[in-house]
Design a protein around this ligand. Structure first.
Ligand SMILES: Cc1cc2nc3c(=O)[nH]c(=O)nc-3n(C[C@H](O)[C@H](O)[C@H](O)COP(=O)(O)O)c2cc1C
Length: 450
């Protein structure tokens, strides 16, 4: 149905685009190994609707965020939006003339609104005013943006922005429920201070977050396309008292690299992360947890419908059996902590009746391969990636050395950056998973051995 390779308005502004080519350059990021990564949003055609709200000024930054990921952005403004921001700003940032009028004789000579509706691979309305949500839910076609939302077959996402009382109004609540039921993605709104001076729910999400969420909505290609991958990463913290905890040195970098690689391979990725300070890979949905208990709870919530589970988290094995309710005072010369076992997140998932393809990680300081193989067998895993940890090894480092084990096979991935190893690992996981579906896992393992 998406007909036009050259979009509406394209060519009109080519001089502008050439002049600004450095600023508007498509996103080809360095992979770290000299291999360029094409961002998954590269070349995607996004129609950005801007409606009349104070947050319209933030949409100028949103255009930049989408463009720096390589998307083509066509802005359509409502009449009210133009009261807040001039179209020239959006034209300059998007590199395309802004469309605003339904009654545009020149554009409509070629049925411009239908052409626009077909061109879009995603329609994103940000900010979406209360009035626009009402018109969208009512199926109105009284201006260009509303008309092309009716005429498009592309997915639609809206980022509402309004005063908290408008957002909580029963009419808005009902309109949003109707839109959700029809498959419109509602991004936000966030809570916080509002332009009107009130505090509450109704702020538009920040442009960076909207761009990340849009990333998730766009179709991907790759060996894990259409697959849902659940990944755990980072350490857990086990509480001693309200101000102290027991944890470990995991930085979460390996798990986050695996999440990025799985996303690049086309998967929908959910990342359950312990306390880390690593940026969330673009297009990955992150769920933050703290303890082994909360990690298990999050994993059990998310595992339904997951095709692949990859456990990279360094979950604490033991925790204080009786965490204190108040801060322990410095009185005695020694302090005994009675420790108990934490739940085993990996083993719990692997033991489920309808389980995903399960991949574990083994962080060992000695007998790395033997210990990893024992864990593979004991926990009945499909695959395990073994790495040697210790002082100046793996923790907080950019590099790692991985050995991948199956029941009857092994593959040494050698030394490399965590991201390059993650990509190789995800490639092997995708192959093994595909073979497991066909019941031919053994042949893949034989290939891996070769
Ligand atoms: C100064 C000012 C600020 C406004 N801010 C918002 C807002 O943040 N959210 C909203 O839903 N409406 C807001 N409105 C009301 C909308 O602009 C109004 O409902 C308009 O008809 C929306 O038209 P549109 O949806 O076609 O863009 C504001 C109006 C004014 C005058």
């Amino acid at each position: 149905m998406i007909a036009a390779a050259r979009g509406p308005g394209e060519g009109v502004n080519e001089t502008f685009q050439r002049r600004n080519s450095a600023f508007l350059a498509p996103c080809v990021c360095a992979a770290g190994e000299g291999r360029p990564i094409i961002h998954p949003m590269q070349g995607k055609r996004i129609l950005l609707g801007v409606t009349g709200g104070i947050a319209a000024y933030k949409s100028a930054d949103l255009v930049r965020r989408l463009r720096e990921r390589g998307a083509e952005v066509q802005v359509v403004m409502t009449a009210a939006a133009r009261e807040f921001v001039g179209p020239l700003t959006f034209q300059a940032l998007s590199g395309r003339p802004v469309r605003a009028e339904l009654w545009d004789a020149a554009a409509e000579a070629a049925m411009g609104h239908i052409e626009l509706a077909r061109w879009a691979e995603l329609v994103l309305v940000a900010p979406a005013s209360a009035d626009f949500l009402a018109r969208l839910s009512g199926g109105h076609a009284d201006d260009l943006l509303a008309t092309l939302c009716l005429a498009t077959q592309a997915p639609i996402a809206v980022a509402p922005a309004m005063n908290r009382i408008m957002w909580a109004n029963a009419a808005t609540v009902a309109n949003v429920a109707t839109l959700r039921q029809r498959g419109v993605q509602v991004l936000g709104p966030a809570e916080g201070e509002q332009a009107c001076g009130e505090v509450g729910e109704g702020r538009m999400l920040e442009p960076l977050e909207i761009a990340d969420r849009v990333d998730l909505l766009l179709p991907r290609s790759g060996p894990l396309q259409g697959r849902r991958v659940l990944i755990t990463a980072g350490p857990t913290r086990e509480r001693i008292d309200p101000v102290r905890f027991i944890s470990n040195r995991s930085s979460g970098k390996m798990g986050f690299a695996v999440a990025q690689a799985a996303r690049e391979a086309g998967a929908e990725v959910v990342l359950v992360a312990g306390p880390v300070s690593v940026p969330t890979p673009s297009g990955v949905r992150r769920v933050d947890v703290e303890s082994a208990d909360s990690m298990l709870a999050a994993v059990l919530r998310e595992v339904e419908g997951a095709d692949i589970f990859i456990s990279t988290a360094a979950v604490a094995d033991y925790r204080p059996a009786n965490p204190h309710g108040q801060k322990i005072k410095k009185t005695a010369n020694t302090l005994d902590l009675n420790m108990e076992r934490t739940p085993d997140v990996l083993a719990t998932v692997a033991a489920r009746a309808r389980r995903p393809f399960v991949v574990g990680f083994a962080a060992e300081t000695e007998s790395v391969e033997q210990n990893a193989r024992a864990k593979l067998l004991k926990k009945n895993l499909d695959m395990i990636a073994a790495n040697e940890v210790g002082d100046n090894k793996v923790f907080e480092c950019e590099d790692n050395h991985l050995i991948v084990l199956w029941r009857n096979a092994r593959r040494d991935l050698g030394q490399g950056s965590k991201l390059s190893l993650a990509r190789e690992l995800v490639r092997l996981i995708a192959e093994s998973y595909a073979s497991s579906l066909g019941g031919a896992r053994d042949s893949v393992q034989a290939q891996a051995q070769a």
